[in-house]
Ligand binder design. Structure first.
Ligand code: ADP
Length: 265
């Protein structure tokens, strides 16, 4: 995993999507992941009990990069009552009639909760830029507007964790082909996935600019090597646990004098 420092120039060729750190295969990570899931559950309870912070997890990446799989695996270690997932699709007419951050802001989790964005307001500097869906003088303002928005969230008690799931073009091809050859995955085959693949280089450039301009002290981007799903799940879970741990949360004092409490028969 790599954290982009504010002001860093980013060339995604420098980040190997196949990287698996000290591990060679999935089996080596299972015990660690199980342990992390236990810690995550406890930390999530503290987050809820303390009611001082919210955690917003943002997942971005090319089609088939594994956003859905990550959500499934990370949420397997959480209490689902304290976690909401929001998917950002092509904006509706209503959403388009507002500022681009409106739908993101209303989906931000409240204090005590974890929210996961499957895609996010970053689509407004990705697909919108690649396909010129709005004029350049409009989308080029979005970077600063996003930074200001996220700063306000952080100052209001929301921790913002941003993960770019980095897969290679070959890996995407293999994943799309496996969907085509497996009848149980045919429902996942989208014409748009194949169409967007043709814009791979434009997307890489848009991602590089996004990582450069929107990695801030208050909400840095994490580049996750995502060709190996098991490694992706491990590092993301590690990062979430580490982030929650750093909040140094404590159970709140009881609102009543517990010593005076007796439970009747
Ligand atoms: P996913 O690929 O995330 O599983 P979909 O197949 O429904 O889900 O794709 C959602 C689509 O919505 C993507 O192509 C994405 O680029 C598009 N989208 C999301 N936000 C915007 C936006 N602000 N403007 C235009 N398109 C968007």
């Amino acid at each position: 995993m790599n954290i982009i420092k504010p002001g860093d120039l980013v060339d995604l060729n420098d980040y190997a999507p196949d990287f698996t750190g000290a591990y060679e295969k999935k089996g080596q990570t299972k015990r660690r992941l199980k342990k992390l899931h236990k810690q995550l559950l406890k930390l999530q309870e503290l987050l809820y009990a303390g009611n001082q912070h919210a955690l917003l997890i943002i997942l971005q990446g090319m089609d088939t990069c594994g956003k859905d799989g990550t959500i499934r695996r990370v949420m397997a270690g959480m209490n689902v009552q304290g976690c909401d997932v929001v998917s950002f699709k092509v904006p509706s007419t209503d959403e388009l009639s507002r500022d681009f951050l409106w739908r993101a802001h209303r989906a931000v989790p409240p204090k005590g909760k974890i929210g996961i964005f499957n895609r996010s307001h970053y689509e407004d500097v990705l697909v919108v830029r690649v396909h010129s869906l709005v004029p350049e003088d409009i989308w080029s303002q979005h970077y600063q507007q996003i930074n200001d928005f996220e700063k306000m969230l952080v100052e209001s008690g929301t921790v913002v964790l941003k993960f770019f799931l980095h897969i290679s073009k070959d890996e995407q091809k293999a994943r799309l082909e496996s969907r085509i050859s497996d009848p149980t995955k045919h429902w996942k085959v989208m014409e748009s996935d194949v169409r967007e693949r043709a814009y791979w280089d434009d997307y890489m450039q848009a991602y590089e600019v996004m990582l450069q301009k929107c990695s801030t002290d208050w909400a840095p981007w994490h580049v996750i090597p995502a060709n190996k799903k098991w490694y992706r799940n491990l590092v993301i879970t590690e990062c979430i646990v580490e982030t929650l741990r750093k909040l140094d949360m404590r159970y709140p004092e009881p609102s009543v004098d517990i010593t005076k409490f007796t439970i009747g028969d």
